[in-house]
Design a binder for this molecule. Structure first.
Ligand code: UD1
Length: 386
């Protein structure tokens, strides 16, 4: 069985790492790994490959930045000959970035089966580029691996054949668990001078939050007020760098020394250091998708600075609250969370670090391969590609 995995952007690398490992452990298959090059800077790419023990990609498409249309088109154009040469039985795509939808479309048009990991998530906000990518990717996929129960409901409501859908759990939590010894041992808090004290952690890079200067300034104003209560650390995504230069009173990226309070910008962090900080933070403020899930798994309070979430289980089962973008709401929610942190409930179903193992078992049985089973495999049934 030949499996090709496509990854292009920072959150993809986290999801792909457990898959590569499980395919080897369960099926004895070393997948062909394709890096589209959507994210190309070391901090967003090479560093993640190192931190996650990912093998070097077999193919690098070097697409880089561009408009959504250009980026998607270039991935398709450059992946197509790779698929023609490699002739995989199945292409695995993960998440919801431009590389995901581009790879799914390219494979399905070549008649190659597509498996989508993290299928079925919906924010119901079509102004988000990721929502369009999710809908299109799911529509053309042959196997849909779902991370939370809302994903099952969404796909069934959209009329997807239930035989294609498998609820397997969350591969991001697999990555978190596998790397626990390393991030637990990271000394990043000491290196940044915030060891010992309470601190908040901010990530903000969604186009809807940072592209319009007025919206971005309002959000940063709210975070600055939170930062009067606890220092807030902001690892800055490259797409936001230039926009920050217009703001006063922020320590510049990488600036040494830790002010006792306030909002402090630093360069983007690697996976191990970022998870280490997240696990120790008193509060995380974010507009990311994956961070809502990771904070839930870590039991760390999280405020999502958006009006919707495609990951509702993090609010019903977890520590996440979708607070919107109104500064007064952010401030009062931050105060409430710091005074009375949400108590972590049970983990969402199947967020047990075994999602990639289940996916490998299903792919193996779908292809008729002999698979090694573990007790947890009891909840699986053999499937055939529809
Ligand atoms: C992408 C994903 C988003 C994900 C995020 C994680 C899509 C539509 N969006 O958003 O879902 O949360 O990655 O980081 O795929 N840039 C650099 N260096 C890089 C990569 C990007 O400077 O290595 C800058 C470029 O100016 C580029 C801009 O960031 O134009 C946007 O990059 P792109 O990958 O298109 O989208 P992200 O905003 O990173």
């Amino acid at each position: 069985m030949k499996i090709l995995i496509v990854a292009g952007a920072r959150p993809n690398f986290v999801k792909v790492a457990p898959l590569v490992r499980a395919l080897k452990d369960v099926l004895g298959v070393a997948p062909v790994l394709v890096h589209t090059g959507q994210h190309y800077e070391a901090a967003l790419s090479a560093r993640f490959f190192e931190d996650l023990d990912l093998p070097r990609p077999d193919h690098h498409l070097d697409v880089g930045s561009g408009s959504h249309a250009a980026q998607t088109a270039q991935v398709m154009e450059r992946l197509d000959p790779v698929l023609a040469a490699e002739r995989p039985d199945v292409v695995i795509v993960v998440g919801d970035v431009n590389s995901t939808v581009a790879a799914a479309l390219t494979a399905v048009k070549r008649g190659i089966k597509v498996a989508h990991v993290e299928a079925g998530l919906r924010s119901f906000d079509r102004s988000m580029p990721e929502e369009i990518n999710r809908i299109v990717t799911d529509a053309v996929s042959d196997l849909l691996f779902v991370s939370e129960i809302s994903g099952l409901h969404n796909l069934l409501r959209e009329g997807v054949d239930p035989l294609k859908v498998r609820f397997v759990g969350n591969v991001m939590i697999d990555a978190l668990e596998t790397s626990r010894p390393r991030w637990s041992a990271s000394d990043v808090a000491r290196r940044l001078g915030i060891d010992g004290g309470a601190f908040g952690l901010l990530t903000l890079h969604r186009p809807s939050n940072v592209d319009d200067p007025v919206t971005f300034e309002r959000l940063l104003g709210a975070v600055r007020l939170v930062a009067r209560r606890i220092p807030v650390l902001y690892p800055v995504h490259p797409r936001v760098r230039g926009r920050l230069e217009t703001f006063d009173g922020l320590a510049g990226p990488g600036e040494p020394g830790a002010p006792p309070g306030g909002l402090r910008c630093v360069e983007p962090l690697g996976y191990i250091d970022f998870v280490s900080l997240m696990s120790r933070a008193s509060l995380v403020l974010t507009d990311s998708g994956g961070i809502q899930e990771e904070t839930t798994a870590l039991g760390v309070p999280c405020l999502t600075l958006r009006t919707t979430t495609e990951r509702p289980v993090t609010t019903t089962c977890g520590t996440n609250r979708v607070v919107g973008t109104d500064p007064a709401d952010i401030l009062s929610a931050a105060d409430a969370m710091l005074s009375d942190p949400p108590r972590p409930a049970a983990l969402p179903p199947l967020w047990d670090g075994q999602a990639a193992h289940r996916i490998a078992l299903i792919l193996g049985s779908a292809n008729g391969a002999a698979v090694q089973t573990r007790p947890s495999a009891g909840l699986l049934h053999a499937v055939a590609f529809p």
